[in-house]
Design a binder for this molecule. Structure first.
Ligand code: FES
Length: 100
């Protein structure tokens, strides 16, 4: 098995067996946008959905590992900036950085 260099986690809002959090509405679109963008750019990154990341007031939330950068209120423009960050290391607007 080849391990990806990075893992992009998109909050899927699952809590206690239900889909309940604030990120849910954006999850499938963000997941597809980031996965397709990573493929198109040839990034060594896996994009996955998670359970609730417990920062619901900041949703939609995306986290990049191994560097543990957390992004908040991720919309399509921010998702594009995250892809730029993954590809080139360029900064994402501080307004959308939850933890770096
Ligand atoms: S639903 Fe995304 S952080 Fe809780």
């Amino acid at each position: 098995m080849k391990k990806p260099a990075r893992h992009v986690l998109v909050c899927g809002s699952f809590r206690n067996g239900t889909v309940n959090g604030t990120c849910n509405k954006a999850n499938s679109e963000l997941l597809q946008y980031l996965a397709e963008g990573a493929d198109e750019r040839g990034l060594d990154a896996m994009v996955s959905s998670t359970g609730c990341l417990n920062v619901c007031t900041h949703g939609p939330v995306v986290v990049v590992y191994p560097e543990a950068r957390w992004f908040k209120q991720v919309d399509e423009d921010t998702a594009e900036a995250i892809l730029d960050y993954l590809e080139n290391g360029t900064d994402v607007d501080a307004e959308h950085v939850l933890a770096a």
